[in-house]
Design a protein around this ligand. Structure first.
Ligand SMILES: [Zn+2]
Length: 338
């Protein structure tokens, strides 16, 4: 273990975590006990600032059940993989980046639940929802990483969306900035702050709770709003095309639609043009929901946050025009009632 880690981590917590794993006969490389300790410490610090309601002790107790092994492997095309209870980290990433990427994988592991033979992970029910899950996981990892390092969150900047030159995400995330922006749109639309949204990702019923929030808003506002399932399905295809692009190269998806396969085996035709279309539709539908679900004062108050989270100039313009039209209606209403 590096000398700096010896000084910085809480030895008591480190020993308790290590003992819990040893009692279950699970053997984890020592540096990952250090990183798990730092993760739990970061949750405690974040809680002290009021940034989370997660209970660090509860999370620490879950670790040996959620993580059975951690190995490093060379030649992965991603930074890490979490498969049920096994975390595989890419052996070829820099040590200083490993902590952030491990925090991402550990978040996945902590948010994975086996229910009725189906693997739920945060907002994913095994069928769809992984798009939001990746956004929430990376968001959580970056918040905890920066807290752990004693740093402020990096400022948001415009970031290219992989394979989509017309879309840019305004984000501080170093990975999955698009997913983070869409998650913000969901949070703003449902009047949640990001801390609540990220905490929800750890809930065993995260998917159901988010869907119920959506559905109850649809019930109150009535018409014209996309269903939760429809949005999740579109975003899943956006996510699948991104994942395919990462493994085979985005050039292979630039032309006519090609046959692709979802993890559940179903086949579909997809390319970057389809991804652009689905992403644009989803953002447009989220803009509509934001206006339909909320009163005019809230819409006015959060309008700029929504504009920033949208990823094309046209979507931002549409949003501004819709709010301004709503303002006119609102004024007419006030005049009429005078
Ligand atoms: Zn991930």
């Amino acid at each position: 273990m590096a000398e700096t880690n010896e000084r910085l981590i809480n030895r008591g917590l480190y020993n308790e975590i290590k003992t819990m794993f040893e009692e279950k006969n699970r053997t984890i490389p020592d540096k990952y006990y250090v990183l798990m300790t730092e993760y739990i410490e970061a949750v405690q610090k974040l809680r002290d600032f009021g940034g989370t309601d997660l209970d660090p002790v509860e999370l620490a107790m879950m670790l040996p059940d959620k993580v059975h092994s951690i190995v490093e492997m060379s030649g992965l095309y991603v930074y890490g993989i979490t498969d049920q209870n096994k975390i595989t980290m890419n052996a070829n990433i820099d040590e200083d980046k490993k902590k952030l990427y491990f925090f991402h994988e550990l978040t996945h592991a902590l948010q994975t639940w086996e229910k009725g033979g189906v693997e739920y992970c945060s907002f994913s029910n095994g069928e769809n929802g992984m798009f939001l899950t990746e956004g929430a996981t990376q968001y959580t990892a970056e918040v905890l990483y920066n807290v752990s390092e004693g740093k402020e969150l990096p400022p948001k900047t415009l970031k290219a969306v992989r394979g989509q030159p017309n879309h840019q995400a305004y984000s501080f995330l170093s990975e999955y900035p698009l997913n983070g922006s869409i998650l913000e749109l969901f949070a703003i639309t449902l009047r949640m702050n990001m801390g609540e949204m990220l905490d929800l990702g750890f809930h065993k019923d995260a998917r159901r709770i988010l869907q119920e929030k959506w559905d109850s808003n649809v019930m109150l506002s009535g018409n014209n709003v996309a269903s939760f399932e429809e949005l999740m399905q579109k975003l899943e295809t956006v996510y699948e095309i991104d994942k395919t692009g990462l493994s085979v190269g985005f050039q292979a998806l630039a032309g006519e639609p090609v046959p692709l396969r979802r993890p559940n085996g179903t086949r579909y035709y997809g390319n970057l043009a389809l991804q652009d279309k689905l992403l644009t539709q989803t953002e447009q539908e989220l803009s509509v929901a934001f206006i339909e679900f909320n009163d005019y004062d809230y819409v006015k108050q959060r309008q700029h946050d929504v504009e920033f989270a949208l990823t094309t100039p046209k979507l931002k313009t549409n949003m501004r025009m819709a709010v301004s039209a709503l303002g006119n209606i609102n004024n007419i209403d006030k005049t009429a009632s005078r």
